[in-house]
Design a protein around this ligand. Structure first.
Ligand SMILES: Nc1ncnc2c1ncn2[C@@H]1O[C@H](COP(=O)(O)OP(=O)(O)OP(=O)(O)O)[C@@H](O)[C@H]1O
Length: 759
């Protein structure tokens, strides 16, 4: 890589401090204190600014300010401004660095005088711009044998937030507006617009850029622009600038390539510096002013407002850029608040080396304004710019490509020194491609086999679940549960079963994976007899092991083809595995068969049972109806007893003795019968219940029924005899009170109230 410094010593011949590696550079601030002008002397003004000897420091009142340079004191002549501050920038221009010289200060503080913006051919050349022009042409003169130079100049002013081209050969004509005043009328040329380049620079679209070949030509343009600039007379300056003026010099240089003594081409490092382009902005700002002091009114007053507004925007930009905290945080800089700040975007915080010349009047009457200017300038010292060399983008790209080429050449040399031969590389490449393709194919087959394993495992699990369900059902039926009971409990059981099976399946899957992992190393190293046999097995069999075996077979085929070896031991292993799998399949088929048989048995068993149950429940229904009738009858009899009791009491009170005796006898007989009925009925009912219960029990338990049939028959006959006996005794009792008995027998079929008529 070529270094700028090496080139400088050869090309520029002068030792100029240019550090390309410097990332940022602070804005340099110089203070220029003009002498008291005749007007101030007449007013009896006194100097109020004093320079600290040997220090770049000034004092005004109790304020003290330090700058990079101070000019204008008795010790330092103002002519030194160019040499100290501006000349390095001009030198930098020849190295591709943009530069800006900015004059700022109160109106009448000497900005135009210092910058030399009011230059006239043949007039004073003390100002910065004339000296810049002279220096540039001197440098070109000394370097013209090494490079081709091209100079262009532009001169614009910002007047009331409008950009005017001071070098426009066809300036906007003016037309008279009725009612007084003049209005600018552009002729055929669009207004100047500010544009940002892709690299972030600021350019002016539509501005006149005049090619300049000589100092005289440039001076003529400067003079022409100065004369076109808007000026006016105020109380503070008889020739006051009413606009901000920017004189821009663009320097393009293309290095001439002399043939080298050995006849070879120049080195790439040198070629890197073959084109440079830089701009120097020389800015003469309008002065800040107070209307009260300038006595401006009307048009001047309006101009003053615009001037102050532009300067305020500039102050805000300087404050934003000068605040270190904001700068670190990347805070907003209000460049777009005015055209002036937008145009100075590169000069303040951008790609430029900038010097600000703060101009002040030493007169005590201007002390306040001078302090403001010093504060303003002091803040500007905190601004940091990032100047970079402005090369041709094409040249930069070429440099990058050269570097890339060098790198590749180095790699090639290295490869040639110790790398394999071309044929070997080709062979290895083919091998790699073939292995990659095989790998992909094997991966695909592995995935398919895994899917097959999953499906088969699922089928096996489902059949197991179904088989177990049927087994449970069968067991339940054997223990005597009805089909309905099983169905009711089935939901709960099914849920529990499902949970159990899910857990089981997960466990089995884990085991399967562990087995696969455990087998993987031995399988990949193993070699099966042939791919076709293993593949057919993988497709026809249902066990998970076969999917893996099929894959193994394929792996064998490819590795076998590659190595060309057959292992008989592995053949035997594979054969064993196949036979185990076949056994497993047979077992599975047998289980399926048995399951089918069991299902058929269950069906046979379940159907008659259902018929039997139907009969059983129909009988039970009839029995319950009978029981209900008995209970109703019992209730009626209880009511009758209550009625008879009340009747007895009435008779005892109302009837005569004989009647009472007869009636009482009848009543007693009737009561005795009813009492007997009441006592007998529960016994009958109890008997009936026991019989019915036993019958139901035996119906539910067919096996016990068979065993206990004789015993039950004996019991039943015992009860039958008991009932017969009680019937007989009842009948014998009934003979003594037959009319009552008959009536009571009838009462079983009639409502209780119907036979309760008084005797
Ligand atoms: N260093 C100096 N030596 C002698 N006279 C000076 C010096 N600087 C400025 N002056 C005089 O001061 C007066 C005002 O100067 P100048 O016009 O340059 O001020 P300005 O800052 O440009 O004012 P404005 O902002 O109004 O344009 C002029 O008459 C000028 O000759």
């Amino acid at each position: 890589m070529g270094t700028g410094n090496g080139l400088e010593s050869e090309w520029l011949e002068e030792d100029v401090t240019v550090d390309e590696n410097e990332a940022t550079q602070a804005v340099q601030v110089a203070l220029n204190i003009r002498p008291l002008i005749p007007l101030e002397r007449v007013q009896g003004c006194k100097e109020c600014i004093s320079v600290v000897p040997g220090e770049p420091q000034v004092q005004i009142g109790h304020h003290s300010f330090t700058f990079d340079y101070i000019f204008g004191s008795s010790d330092t002549p103002s002519s030194a401004i160019f040499d100290k501050c501006v000349k390095p920038l001009v030198e930098g221009l020849f190295h591709g660095y943009n530069a800006t010289v900015l004059a700022y200060g109160q109106t009448g503080s000497g900005k135009t005088y210092t910058m030399g913006t009011g230059y006239t051919v043949g007039g004073s050349t003390d100002g910065v711009i004339p000296q810049v022009m002279q220096t540039i042409f001197k440098r070109i003169e000394t370097l013209k044998h090494k490079a081709d130079f091209q100079l262009r100049v532009s001169f614009i002013e910002i007047l009331k937030e409008e950009i005017h081209d001071l070098l426009d050969p066809n300036p906007p004509s003016t037309e008279y507006i009725f009612g007084g005043g003049l209005k600018a009328l552009a002729v055929g040329k669009p207004p100047i617009q500010i544009r940002e380049t892709t690299a972030g620079g600021i350019t002016l679209m539509g501005v006149t850029e005049a090619d300049v070949k000589s100092l005289e030509e440039m001076a003529a343009y400067l003079e022409h622009g100065s004369l076109s600039r808007a000026t006016g007379s105020t109380n503070m300056n008889s020739h006051s600038s009413r606009s901000h003026a920017i004189f821009t010099i663009t320097l393009e240089q293309r290095r001439k390539w002399d043939p080298l003594p050995d006849g070879g081409n120049p080195s790439p490092e040198d070629c890197n510096e073959d084109y440079l382009c830089a701009k120097l902005h020389l800015v003469d700002l309008a002065g800040s002013e107070r209307a009260k002091r300038t006595g401006a009114d009307g048009l001047r007053f309006k101009e003053g407002i615009h001037i102050n507004r532009g300067l305020l925007a500039l102050g805000n930009v300087i404050s934003a850029l000068g605040d270190e905290r904001k700068r670190r945080e990347g805070g907003h800089v209000p460049y777009r608040d005015s055209k002036l700040t937008r145009l100075l975007q590169d000069s303040l915080g951008g790609n430029s080396r900038t010097v600000m010349i703060a101009c002040v009047s030493p007169a005590d009457v201007n002390a306040e304004e001078s302090i403001n200017t010093l504060k303003y300038a002091n803040r500007a010292r905190n601004i940091r710019n990032k100047p970079t060399v402005n090369r041709d983008p094409l040249a930069a790209e070429m440099q990058r490509m050269r570097q890339q080429l060098e790198l590749m050449q180095a790699e090639l040399v290295c490869a040639r020194a110790g790398g394999p031969s071309n044929a070997e590389v080709q062979m290895l490449k083919q091998k790699v491609a073939w292995l990659e393709a095989s790998n992909m194919e094997l991966g695909r087959e592995l995935e398919e086999a895994r899917d097959r394993i999953d499906i088969l495992s699922q089928c096996a699990l489902e059949s197991q679940v179904e088989r177990d369900k049927l087994r449970i059902k069968l067991d339940q039926l054997r223990t005597g549960k009805t089909y309905e009971d099983i169905d009711e409990g089935q939901h709960v059981q099914t849920d529990n079963l499902l949970k159990e099976y899910v857990v089981r399946i997960q466990e089995l899957e884990c085991e399967l994976q562990q087995l696969q992992h455990a087998r993987a190393p031995s399988d990949t190293s193993s070699k099966a007899p042939s791919s076709t046999s293993s593949r057919s097995r993988g497709e026809s069999t249902a066990g998970p092991g076969f999917g893996v075996a099929g894959i193994d077979g394929d792996i064998y085929l490819r590795t076998g083809e590659f190595s060309g070896e057959i292992d008989t031991e592995l053949l035997l292993k594979e054969f064993k595995r196949t036979s185990v799998q076949d056994n497993f399949d047979k077992e599975l088929r047998e289980i399926d068969k048995r399951l089918e048989q069991k299902e058929a048995e269950i069906k046979l068993f379940v159907r008659p049972d259902a018929v039997y149950l139907k009969e059983h429940f129909e009988k039970k229904l009839v029995e319950l109806k009978e029981e209900k009738k008995y209970l109703q009858k019992l209730k009626q009899l209880k009511v009758q007893i209550a009625a008879l009791k009340s009747k007895q009491e009435v008779w005892s009170q109302c009837l005569g003795h004989q009647q009472f005796i007869d009636g009482d006898a009848k009543l007693k007989t009737e009561k005795a019968y009813v009492q007997h009925e009441v006592e007998d009925e529960p016994r009958d009912l109890q008997m009936w219940r026991i019989t019915t219960g036993l019958r139901g029990f035996f119906q539910k338990q067919p096996f016990i029924k068979l065993c206990l049939l004789p015993a039950s028959l004996a019991c039943c006959s015992l009860f039958w005899f008991r009932m017969q006996y009680s019937q007989k005794s009842r009948t014998s009792r009934g003979h003594s009170s037959g009319s009552v008995n008959n009536r009571a027998s009838r009462s079983r079929l009639q409502p209780a109230q119907s036979h309760m008529t008084p005797v």
